[in-house]
Design a protein around this ligand. Structure first.
Ligand SMILES: Cc1cc2nc3c(=O)[nH]c(=O)nc-3n(C[C@H](O)[C@H](O)[C@H](O)COP(=O)(O)O)c2cc1C
Length: 336
């Protein structure tokens, strides 16, 4: 079943299917990465801001589940330099197959990974960023449309961004933002992408480390329930746009986010979670979960139930393959 969907990006990543789990901080840990990777997709561990010990633990846990390659996601711009150095060194020492980097381009980090023989994927939001990432040595680009859940780099809808990035790229381009099912996957493959990067839809799986309350909110949300906001900024060095579910915090006066001293509204891993923090509610989080950053892409309206990650990978692949095969038959009969 998998061969017709295999792309050059799959060959670089070492996976069978062009379905990539986004490296979601806190949420995409070993259980989810293992589940996606085991059935032929490719998973990125969301390790931004995590110490080397956690990266080592999570990489070992995935390796205990599957011998297939997988990757690690880091966000250099949101990580203290000493911690970033520790993370990069850990990934290199562990010999991870690939890394996905996001937000501003850190050429030195790209070069360190490249020199170590590690495939670098850079998630970008514009053609200019795509070109800079390629020049720095990215082996894969991820074009992130404005439909994406979490931090959103650019302002273009995915279809338009692909039209800008695909023709000018010499390396494979993956598509991210609002991709939920096989129809979406078929559409981005037809638009010239070599695979889909999926976040929110995999968040709504038993294997994700998101809090059950958060998963339920994703399942219940409608297409119009996400907003783009910069109020969730505590934990990042700069205020940055992100797409989240509208909630009691996004409804507050925006000035409060930047003018009032941080107010704790919960706890995670022994640390306070503040209102306006970038931390999303995880299995380990307690407190006012409704008021936290509920990252979600625009596809939420079509995520109607929790689905095991493997089942979602298989359903996406089967549906995309059927759609593309039917289109091929149509083209064949029109030509004949
Ligand atoms: C809960 C959540 C956390 C995210 N965390 C990260 C992250 O740590 N690093 C990163 O590069 N992207 C992160 N993203 C963005 C994803 O890389 C990707 O662009 C996005 O999930 C694609 O859109 P979708 O959620 O509609 O599938 C996150 C997205 C979500 C939903």
């Amino acid at each position: 079943m998998s061969a017709p969907l295999q792309t050059q990006a799959c060959r670089l990543l070492g996976c069978d299917l062009p379905i990539v789990l986004a490296g979601m901080g806190g949420v995409a840990r070993s259980e989810l990465v293992g589940a996606v990777t085991l059935v032929g997709g490719f998973g990125f561990l969301g390790m931004a801001g995590e110490p080397a010990a956690r990266i080592e633990r999570e990489v070992a846990a995935v390796r205990a589940v599957t011998p297939r390659p997988f990757g690690v996601n880091l966000i250099p711009a949101a990580t203290r330099p000493a911690l970033l150095d520790e993370e990069v060194s850990a990934c290199i020492a562990l010999g991870v197959h690939a890394v996905m980097l996001f937000w501003t381009l850190d050429e030195k980090v790209v070069a360190r990974f490249r020199d170590a023989g590690i495939l670098v994927a850079c998630q970008v939001g514009s053609r200019v960023e795509a070109q800079a990432a390629q020049q720095a040595g990215a082996g894969i680009l991820v074009a992130q449309g404005v439909e994406a859940g979490g931090h959103v780099r650019g302002s273009l809808p995915l279809a338009k961004l692909l039209r800008e990035v695909v023709p000018s790229s010499e390396v494979p381009v993956l598509a991210a933002g609002g991709i939920v099912d096989g129809r979406d996957l078929a559409a981005v493959l037809e638009a010239g992408a070599q695979g889909a990067v999926v976040g929110s839809a995999f968040l709504a799986s038993p294997e994700s480390f998101a809090h059950p309350y958060y998963k339920q909110r994703i399942v219940e949300a409608g297409a119009e329930d996400t907003v783009i906001t910069d109020v969730f900024h505590i934990g990042w060095p700069i205020a940055a746009k992100m797409r989240v579910l509208r909630n009691s915090t996004t409804d507050r006066d925006r000035r409060e986010a930047f003018q009032v001293p941080p107010v704790p509204i919960g706890m995670d891993d022994g640390q306070p979670v503040y209102r306006f923090s970038t931390a999303a509610p995880l299995r380990s989080t307690t407190g006012d979960l409704e008021a936290m950053a509920l990252y979600a892409g625009k596809g939420v309206g079509r995520i109607d139930a929790l689905m095991p990650a493997a089942a979602r990978v298989e359903a996406m692949a089967a549906e995309a393959q059927a759609i593309l095969a039917a289109k091929d038959r149509c083209r064949g009969s029109a030509a004949g």
